[in-house]
Design a protein around this ligand. Structure first.
Ligand code: ADP
Length: 334
């Protein structure tokens, strides 16, 4: 478990649930998505009908689940939560769909990981509010159409491009979540420190916010680790000194990069001459799964301009060479 992994753990789920803002107005950051979504929801409320299906895309830990729950809250509707990997068979989805009540919000996390037959059933359900229940087997099998009450699907995916076009087209609105500005993370952390009863000052909060890789989930986790440090080694007061000491202990540098990020950049520069190099080769070089490198390290390295994605693989930028204190060869890509 890396402290800067944007994916949540099961142990974290409870504390995360307690910290989720419940209303759109209490959700800091993502001004564009907030305004777009606010409009979609308000219009639906005035029409007295469920809104279009909503797709939320963006890296893990940026608030997709939180927004899904806010959507249900704003619509004053119940929410059913499941995920692509949990739906192995079309029958699993049929069971969920046929038990929805009118207006209910169905949150499908990691919707790009649903099986193909389930996906096809979902198209039909989203478009016509109908599922075909297959009765019997083989040549004698018949499809019995089952009408569904109108409901709203909120899908979440780390990349909208991973969804097959027919499924993507069923969503009337797609919100793209981007990494948060430090100021927004300061707002989130200030609120959460108060909720958790942590005695924190503005400098301590800012230190955490600026090293949280633009990700609220990481910010919340670092807040808890710095609180631990302040309680064990300090006076309990979370200040800049406590934040610096704790983050050094957990290997998070001034830029929010940790050991894996630095290992990736170092491998790119010293072993592959700055690249380009394929993802799986790079992953082997740092002893990690390709998926971990791609979802945990890469998005932030790319966004901060340390890594470049090229058609032939990953390459180091001038900033990466600079950060490592190395001189790039003359023919380096970045
Ligand atoms: P995702 O579904 O995109 O992985 P979550 O919605 O589960 O992300 O958010 C992860 C954690 O970060 C939760 O504890 C949530 O409360 C917090 N969080 C995310 N976005 C915000 C936000 N804009 N304001 C406050 N907390 C947030």
């Amino acid at each position: 478990g890396r402290v800067v992994d944007p994916r949540g753990t099961t142990e974290e789920a409870q504390v995360e649930a307690a910290l989720r803002p419940r209303r759109l107005a209490d959700f800091p950051g993502q001004p564009r998505v907030r305004e777009q979504l606010g409009l979609v929801l308000e219009a639906a409320r005035r029409r007295g009908a469920p809104p279009d299906h909503v797709l939320l895309s963006g890296p893990p830990g940026l608030g997709k689940t939180t927004l899904a729950m806010i959507i249900a809250g704003e619509l004053e509707q119940p929410i059913r939560i499941t995920s692509g990997p949990a739906i192995q068979h079309a029958g699993d989805l049929a069971a969920v769909l046929s038990s929805l009540v009118e207006g209910e919000v169905l949150f499908l996390d990691e919707i790009h990981r649903m099986s193909r037959p389930a996906e096809e059933m979902l198209y039909l359900a989203m478009e016509d509010f109908r599922v075909d229940v297959i009765v019997g087997k083989g040549p004698g099998a018949t499809a019995i159409p089952l009408e569904l009450p109108p409901f709203t699907v909120v899908g979440a995916t780390t990349r909208a491009g991973l969804l097959p076009a027919p499924l993507r087209d069923r969503f009337g609105f797609t919100g793209h979540l981007d990494f948060y500005a430090t100021e927004d993370l300061v707002a989130i952390l200030t609120r959460n420190a108060a909720l958790l009863g942590i005695d924190a000052d503005a400098h301590g909060i800012r230190q955490i916010a600026s090293r949280s890789r633009g990700t609220p989930r990481i910010a919340n986790r670092l807040l808890r680790r710095v609180r631990d440090w302040a309680q064990v080694h300090g006076s309990g007061h979370l200040d800049e000194g406590a934040a610096r000491a704790a983050l050094e202990l957990f290997d998070v540098d001034e830029l929010g990069l940790d050991r894996l990020d630095r290992a990736v950049l170092e491998a790119l520069c010293t072993r592959f001459g700055g690249g380009p190099v394929g993802l799986s080769t790079l992953a082997v070089a740092v002893g990690e799964e390709p998926d971990t490198v791609e979802t945990v390290a890469e998005p932030y390295l790319v966004r901060e301009g340390y890594m470049i994605r090229t058609p032939r693989g990953r390459a180091a930028s001038a900033a990466a060479w600079d950060h490592l204190g190395l001189t790039p060869p003359k023919d380096a890509v970045g």
